[in-house]
Design a protein around this ligand. Structure first.
Ligand code: TYD
Ligand code: MG
Length: 455
């Protein structure tokens, strides 16, 4: 857009400016001295005025090099696996979401963390909307940590929670759970999306303004995500999920978003009668006590974040009773099992079609990587042939639809973990290039499996 123009009238004698033409200069009184001048309209001045009217009332921009990171020292919860997953502890002023199914142990974990924080002199407020303070007290008696000094508050109104946290000078505020908090300013029952978001938003502003770390508990149901955690993921700094089969004692704490650390790191806990215990050496735990003498058991190494973890896979193939044979997989996707059985049947000539097949991943761990395919097929073939696999062998490989066995990522780290736990050989893809302290047994195709296993 071309700049707008207007005329002014300047006196040739004294230089005074007049908005209108006239015969005489109003400034010096001279006659017939006004000369027309065309000038651009005062867009600049107008622009400045606009900017002034929109002037921010918040803090001015700062150079990143001048930003102090003094607020960043982390608060250690003292639960090493929890701190590890958080990327080294809680960051002051951050908002952390802990999601998980009801009963998995979220409240227990946070009460233990609160006890340790309080013990280290970090004032911690545990706001509970799920349970009464008496119920929380009962949990205190069970856990090993001394949670006695932790401040508890049975409250569901988000503003009241914030006010109490500010009043007691909490450096860590636990809100258990975000689905129970609400504000009167919005319609709708606690737990609906609007309420959950608004509560989380207010808690986030409180966290950023006060430097208090706010930890939100969010329930996730087995059938899928409910209003809570998923809608909050983008708002919070860190999202951690607590998982595990409720029937088994193992719990996996997994970071899926972390503005202050890496994701996909996991911490392993065991739920005991005295609360959650970090498992420092999960591999040893998962492969301990396995039935080495019986057919159908294979060990593989899966990567949990950057950590390799050994786990046992058990398979049982049994004569089907009546009708369609059953295929039951625990800790493994049903579809993956179906694919692997089809590959064994068609490419390897192993007759599974009229057998019931059960596959179980021990410890309540869920297999997600194709790297464990070889262990699954080895366990299946072992069960079919009723021939136990070597007790000191690890199986590592992806199985393709043609029956070929492919190398997997991070082979070196997985093999090192196996070696550390006393494994002596590893069945791997013939295309694997790795330097390892264990003997490598190369396999190109599933057809070689039967002969190799028996050897
Ligand atoms: P909880 O922390 O209440 O789970 P969430 O807050 O995720 O719903 O834990 C519930 C389960 O943990 C419950 O079934 C009892 C069990 N538990 C133990 O086995 N040992 C313990 O020391 C505690 C405190 C709980
Ligand atoms: Mg709870």
């Amino acid at each position: 857009m071309p700049p707008k123009q207007r005329s002014v009238y300047r006196c040739a004698e004294c230089g005074a400016e007049h908005p209108k033409w006239g015969g005489r200069c109003e400034s010096c009184g001279a006659w017939n001295t006004l000369v027309e001048e065309v000038v651009a309209t005062k867009r600049r001045a107008g622009g400045q005025a606009d900017r002034r009217s929109a002037s921010p009332d918040g803090p001015p921009p700062v150079r990143l090099s001048e930003v102090s990171t003094g607020r960043l020292p982390r608060l250690h919860t003292g639960l090493t696996e929890f701190d590890y997953v958080l990327g080294g502890g809680l960051v002051p002023g951050s908002l952390v979401l802990i999601g998980g199914e009801p009963g998995v142990g979220k409240s227990t974990l946070l009460l233990q963390a609160a006890a340790r924080l309080e013990g280290a002199g970090v004032r911690t407020l545990y706001a509970t909307g799920e349970e009464s303070v008496e119920q929380v007290r009962l949990r205190v008696d069970r856990i090993e940590e001394d949670a006695g000094p932790v401040l508890a508050l049975a409250e569901v109104r988000v503003d009241a929670i914030i006010a109490q946290a500010a009043a007691v000078g909490a450096r860590v505020l636990v809100v258990d759970s975000i689905q129970t908090t609400y504000t009167d300013d919005l319609d709708g029952a606690p737990g609906n999306v609007g309420q959950v978001r608004e509560s989380a938003g207010r808690l986030m502003r409180f966290a950023k303004a006060s430097g208090t770390t706010v930890v939100l508990v969010g329930h996730v149901t087995r059938g899928g995500m409910i209003a809570g955690p998923k809608t909050l993921e983008h708002m919070v700094d860190t999202v951690v999920y607590f998982e595990g089969e409720l029937t088994s004692g193992f719990r996996v704490l997994r970071a899926v978003k972390n503005r202050f650390g890496s994701v996909d790191e996991v911490g392993i806990f065991e739920m005991t009668s005295a609360g959650l215990k970090p498992v420092a050496n999960p591999s040893a735990m998962f492969v301990a006590g396995r039935a080495v003498e019986s057919a159908g058991s294979a060990v593989t190494a899966m990567m949990e974040g950057s950590r390799p973890m050994l786990i046992e896979i058990q398979a049982l193939a049994a004569k089907a009773g009546f009708g369609t044979p059953q295929r039951v997989a625990t800790g493994l996707e049903h579809k993956r099992l179906a694919v692997l059985l089809a590959v064994l049947e068609r490419r390897g000539g192993f007759p599974f079609h009229d057998l019931d097949v059960f596959v179980n991943v021990t410890g309540g761990v869920r297999l997600i990587e194709p790297a464990s395919d070889l262990a699954v097929v080895a366990a299946l073939v072992s069960s079919l042939s009723d021939h136990p696999l070597p007790a000191d062998a690890l199986f590592l490989g992806e199985v393709g639809l043609a029956g070929e066995i492919r190398p997997v990522a991070a082979t070196d780290r997985r093999l090192a973990e196996a070696e550390r736990l006393g494994f002596r050989r590893a069945f791997v893809s013939s295309r694997t290039r790795a330097r390892a302290g264990v003997e490598l047994v190369p396999l190109a195709h599933v057809t070689e499996l039967a002969a190799r296993i028996a050897a």
